[in-house]
Design a protein around this ligand. Structure first.
Ligand SMILES: Nc1ncnc2c1ncn2[C@@H]1O[C@H](COP(=O)(O)OP(=O)(O)OP(=O)(O)O)[C@@H](O)[C@H]1O
Ligand SMILES: [Zn+2]
Ligand SMILES: [Zn+2]
Length: 802
């Protein structure tokens, strides 16, 4: 008897182990590791992942697998093992880890379709009855036909059919009409000569088809020639052309046609790429930290490393933060490697993501450029993994499994014996410290490719501006410099860090602020619909006309949102053309790219935006960067506040003077004496690192200690306090020597969505000192979590403390 070891989709830790099921004979050739199955579980039927297949089981009487969901494995053996590691590393359910590696379509409600990849005649006879000439038909017809699963699976593996997943109702596999010649070219030329004068349109169509070698999208042909459907219909009726339905991949980044060639590397680039190339050649794992100032040509180093990987017939993963935010970056990979590139990011629809994933799964591409989850791309012959802007916190997933892409990359790099490059102008303290200890190999690019100095950064003390009587949000030096650029026809990038600076509503008479009823934070004024909104729970209410407390009518919104800055800016610079980029103006699909394109075409003088404009932009005409308020994140309640400010200042100033024209930066602040601002102005990463490391050491923060955060929440305040206390007691009795327990304490945001929130933090040096105690807590509280609606989450390497 064959037995399948299955991880079932029941997220309860006590049963989060492998279950044995009998494989019925008719499924023997279909059930393989990496295939999803439906199995009986108690009275229900549920989904499960097959992890392994063995010849026997220690249990008697096994239940049989009910049916299969996939006819080819959706996960590779490597990824199946990785899920085990993720489970242990992040203390998540194995099934969550497995699901995190698959595109969202597998979690949504979907239907299956059968696609014929071969001519009907090549299929077994009973199939021909079933298809009735269709190229695509619903999977349930196949199920009802009684055709054996083993036959389906062998047709899939022979490539005669494919089973596709289609999200219910939307995102269907996209098809388009193509037009092609139905006759040989010589015949068509004869036809053209015989066509009369009135048939000018028909002639045009045929000539076009000969030129384009026979096959093109109907719509494109009609657009290009400006013809209607009439001549096409006539040609079709005469049997000279044919219209066919074909699948098109939804390609959100189509339209890159020009290919770029590798640039001759600078001496520094040559030096840093060498060790990477040798690791690729030697087939050896190594973690590299590429510390390169902005504009030093890190991307070119990535591109040429990937080139080598492709030459050796291997594959590459490139992670980019929030990729939809840097269309320029995607373009650089697409224009170097063309159709070999798949792009995976959160801006894509479920269907688009599935299309991109399938290209990887079917080995149609060799490079994937994507956001965090692209680290799970199901390549089987990886030659390199690159994490650009490695300091970005988006590489850590905040939901289960709470993994960090850097650690997953390391795991996969070891498995495939290939190098991993972490690149940044401002590495995290953790990574730089590891590089100093030799855990990572440090590679440095200290100069810009164009040999320009990094732009001069001027720090403006806003307190002095106020003393001088300047009550606007723009200092005199900034105004002067912006005017100067507008006069010269150069461009300006202005950054407003929105976090901590959103518009909140306050009464000028009594100081009352409008708070969210569910979250204990200020609500934000939204001008477009004149409403107040909570950014944590999305609750909305109308803007009050008078103060709810003292009834004064002097209730106003305060703070600085990008809209407000835009208005002030327009007043100050009447004739300036301004583009505003923030969540509001970029929420529509494609808006981001459109705005950047406009700016790139110099259809605007000033690009005003939130931190989303700090990264990756490369515009040659930008010679001035302004930071409106550097203090905004410097004072967040987060031990990484200084590090984040340093990173942001460095990144945004890197947008100026990247090409021929020299750049300049103006930073406005109320605390110019802060070491972060001072050292950022000198681009002195080393000194900042040393200074900040002293602080981290003094307060026992990373990289000196690891952190794990335990969040506890409940709708009842008393219950959450009680549970937190019991958890803390349990932990303190069990924690190992290196571990320090802090708390329990109320979270900085005490209430979100009507739940009260408490937290405990553990600082530790050895993972063994916390693993057992945490598992013990999770197991002991399992019942309360199920019954009492207590929520308990464990977050290793936390980035979010609110
Ligand atoms: N060897 C080279 N020769 C000529 N130009 C180069 C070379 N390498 C890179 N460049 C160009 O220099 C500019 C900056 O390079 P790139 O964007 O790769 O730097 P980066 O380090 O990735 O920058 P950032 O971190 O600021 O995004 C780009 O316009 C790029 O095309
Ligand atoms: Zn009031
Ligand atoms: Zn709220």
């Amino acid at each position: 008897m064959k037995v399948a070891k299955v991880v079932v989709d029941v997220p309860v830790s006590s049963i989060d182990s492998l279950f044995d099921y009998e494989i019925p004979d008719e499924l023997l050739s279909v059930v393989k590791p990496g295939v999803r199955v439906v199995v009986p579980f108690g009275p229900r039927k549920i989904m499960g992942f097959v992890i392994d297949i063995t010849g026997s089981s220690e249990f008697e009487k096994l239940k049989p697998i009910h049916t299969v969901m996939d006819y080819a494995p959706v996960l590779t053996p490597e990824l199946l093992n990785l899920s085990k590691w993720l489970q242990e590393e992040t203390l998540c359910f194995r099934v969550s880890a497995l699901q995190a590696m698959l595109p969202a379509v597998f979690k949504a409600k979907y239907e299956k379709e059968v696609w014929l990849l071969a001519d009907e005649g090549e299929l077994p006879f009973d199939w021909q009855i079933l298809t009735q000439g269709r190229e695509v038909f619903p999977f349930n017809e196949l199920e009802e036909s009684g055709i054996k699963a083993s036959q389906i699976s062998s047709l899939v593996s022979e490539g005669l059919i494919e089973i596709k997943y289609v999200v219910k109702g939307k995102n269907r596999v996209k098809k388009d009409t193509y037009i092609e010649l139905a006759l040989e070219q010589v015949k068509v030329i004869e036809v053209i000569e015989e066509l009369g004068k009135q048939a000018k349109r028909q002639k045009q169509v045929l000539e076009y088809l000969i030129d384009t070698n026979g096959e093109i999208r109907l719509k494109q042909l009609m657009d290009d020639l400006g013809v209607t459907r009439a001549p096409i219909k006539t040609l079709e009726d005469k049997g000279i052309i044919r219209l066919v339905q074909k699948e098109v991949y939804r390609d959100p980044h189509a339209n890159s046609n020009e290919r770029t060639k590798p640039l001759p590397l600078t001496e520094q680039q040559q030096q840093v790429i060498e060790p990477v190339l040798s690791r690729i050649d030697e087939n050896k794992h190594e973690m590299f930290l590429l510390h390169g100032v902005t504009g030093s040509g890190k991307t070119e180093v990535y591109l040429q490393s990937i080139d080598r990987v492709l030459q050796e017939g291997k594959e590459a993963i490139v992670l980019v933060p929030e990729i939809s935010l840097t269309p320029q970056m995607v373009e650089r990979f697409k224009s170097r490697f063309g159709d070999d590139v798949a792009v995976l990011h959160s801006g894509l629809s479920t269907g688009e993501k599935y299309d991109e994933w399938r290209k990887i799964h079917r080995k149609e591409v060799k490079v994937v450029v994507g956001a965090r989850s692209a680290v799970f791309a199901p390549f089987e012959n990886l030659g390199i993994i690159i994490i650009d802007e490695e300091h970005e916190t988006t590489y850590k997933q905040e939901d289960y499994p709470k993994y960090h892409a850097r650690e997953v990359a390391k795991y996969r790099g070891q498995y495939h014996k290939c190098p991993v490059i972490l690149g940044s102008a401002t590495p995290t303290l953790e990574s730089y410290a590891r590089a100093q200890k030799g855990v990572y190999q440090l590679l440095e690019l200290s100069e810009r490719v164009n040999e320009q100095a990094l732009p001069h950064m001027e720090i403006v003390d806003m307190r002095k501006e106020l003393e001088k009587g300047n009550r606007t949000m723009f200092s005199d030096p900034l105004v002067e410099k912006i005017n100067d650029r507008i006069k010269r026809g150069e461009q300006v990038v202005l950054m407003l860090n929105r976090r901590g600076y959103s518009t909140f509503v306050m009464c000028r008479e009594c100081g009352e602020t409008v708070q969210c009823e569910h979250c204990d934070i200020s609500m934000t004024y939204h001008r477009t619909n004149h409403k107040l909104k909570c950014h944590y729970c999305s609750d909305e209410k109308p803007m009050p006309n008078q103060c709810p407390k003292c009834e004064s009518e002097a209730i106003r919104f305060f703070g600085t949102g990008t809209q407000k800055v835009e208005e002030a800016l327009q007043q100050q610079f009447e004739h300036a053309r301004i583009i505003r980029m923030d969540v509001d103006t970029t929420s529509r699909k494609g808006a981001h790219e459109r705005l950047l394109k406009k700016f790139g075409n110099q259809e605007a003088d000033i690009l005003l935006g939130t931190q989303m404009i700090a990264k990756g932009l490369d515009f040659e005409n930008v010679t001035l960067v302004g930071v409106i308020a550097a203090d905004a994140i410097l004072h967040l309640p987060d031990f990484r506040a200084a590090e984040k400010s340093f990173q942001l200042l460095t990144q945004v100033s890197g947008r100026a003077g990247r090409h021929e024209l020299p750049g300049e930066v103006v930073v406005q602040t109320y605390t110019p004496e802060h070491y972060t601002v001072e050292l950022a102005a000198q681009y002195d990463y080393e000194s900042f690192f040393n200074r900040e490391m002293q602080i981290r050491r003094r307060f026992a923060y990373p990289p000196y200690y690891f952190l794990v955060l335990i969040n506890i929440s409940h709708e009842n305040h008393v219950k959450v306090v009680d549970a937190s206390q019991r958890i803390a007691n349990m932990l303190s009795q069990r924690l190992g020597e290196s571990a320090l327990l802090m708390g329990p304490s109320p979270s900085p945001m005490l209430r979100i969505k009507d739940r009260f929130r408490y937290q405990c933090m553990i600082k530790y040096k050895n993972r063994q000192d916390v693993d057992e105690p945490l598992e013990h807590v999770l197991n002991s509280f399992q019942k309360e979590m199920n019954k009492e609606e207590l929520q308990l989450t464990v977050d290793f390497e936390p980035y979010y403390f609110m």
